[in-house]
Design a protein around this ligand. Structure first.
Ligand code: 13P
Ligand code: ZN
Length: 271
């Protein structure tokens, strides 16, 4: 059996959480990550018949029965993952009943998965229904994205359009735009269901006045989606109070989308 501490998926989780912490997006225990793993790969590091303990999830995830995820722990700080992955992360498998998580590794101090597991697993199911290659869901509190929530209308078309205007490559990176949920109580099945509904249409979902969710086929891609929104939001926040003299035009965005061959939300442009 190989050493789990050398597993690429543990390394990637360490790198991603450390990056997010240093970017100031994930203060204290803010943010959470879930990453669906390949069973064969996990079996190189862990005995899949050895369940440390079981933890009820509180919701049904039938489509994910048998699937294995590495997930950040609730109340755990991203800044501490790198130094102690076994306490701050866990590897869980969705049990045969679809409502129990079997702990295969981690949460060493008796902890459990993120309180946002409903939003994560429901988003995985929603994304997998439209993109079988989806593996990762990330939730974060990126500073400028959050700041923009306080000064910009929280309308999907208007918000996406503003972000697309802020950086030339935005429409190419997230042509499907950004979905937006109103302020809702976090950590609940209801916010999970609402997030998953949006995830059928968008890979990025803003939780108004709270943060953002991103989904993608690997950690890099998902991180990159959130990073690009955050960069655009930063440009917006740096310029929102200044006279706007220049802007990327809708016709430029069409040119970009056509040149890079992306399927963009045409109804989010004013053509
Ligand atoms: P957890 O510590 O439970 O992951 O919660 C953090 C968070 O960002 C809640 O939305
Ligand atoms: Zn949060």
């Amino acid at each position: 059996m190989k050493d789990i501490f050398t597993a690429p998926f543990v390394e990637e989780m360490k790198r991603t959480t450390a990056n997010m912490y240093r970017l100031g997006w994930d203060e204290r225990n803010g943010g959470n990550i879930s990453y669906m793993l390949d069973e064969k790969e996990v079996a190189e590091y862990l005995d899949l018949n050895h369940v440390i303990r079981t933890i009820p999830t509180g919701f049904e995830a039938e489509e994910l029965i048998g699937k294995i995820f590495i997930v950040t722990g609730t109340g755990k700080y991203f800044k501490n993952v790198e130094g102690d992955p076994e306490t701050n992360l866990g590897i869980i498998r969705i049990a045969e009943d679809g409502t129990t998580a079997e702990l295969l590794w981690g949460y060493k101090d008796g902890g459990r998965f993120t309180s946002e597991l409903p939003a994560h697993l429901m988003s995985h199911m929603a994304r997998l229904s439209v993109d079988p290659e989806n593996r990762v869901v990330i939730h974060s509190h990126p500073t400028n994205t959050l700041a923009m929530n306080f000064v910009h209308e929280l309308d999907e078309k208007k918000f996406t359009h503003t972000l697309w205007e802020m950086c030339t490559e935005c429409i190419v990176v997230f042509p499907d735009g950004v979905g937006i949920l109103p302020w809702m109580l976090c950590g609940t099945n209801s916010i999970g269901e609402a997030t998953a509904e949006k995830m059928k249409e968008f890979r990025l979902v803003i939780w108004s006045l709270h943060g953002i969710y991103g989904a993608g086929k690997n950690l890099d891609e998902t991180f990159g989606l959130i990073e690009t929104v955050e960069k655009a939001a930063q440009i917006y926040m740096l310029t929102a109070h200044l006279p706007r003299i220049n802007t990327i035009q809708d016709k430029n965005m069409v040119e970009l989308a056509e040149f890079f061959g992306v399927n963009y939300r045409k109804d989010f442009l004013n053509l």
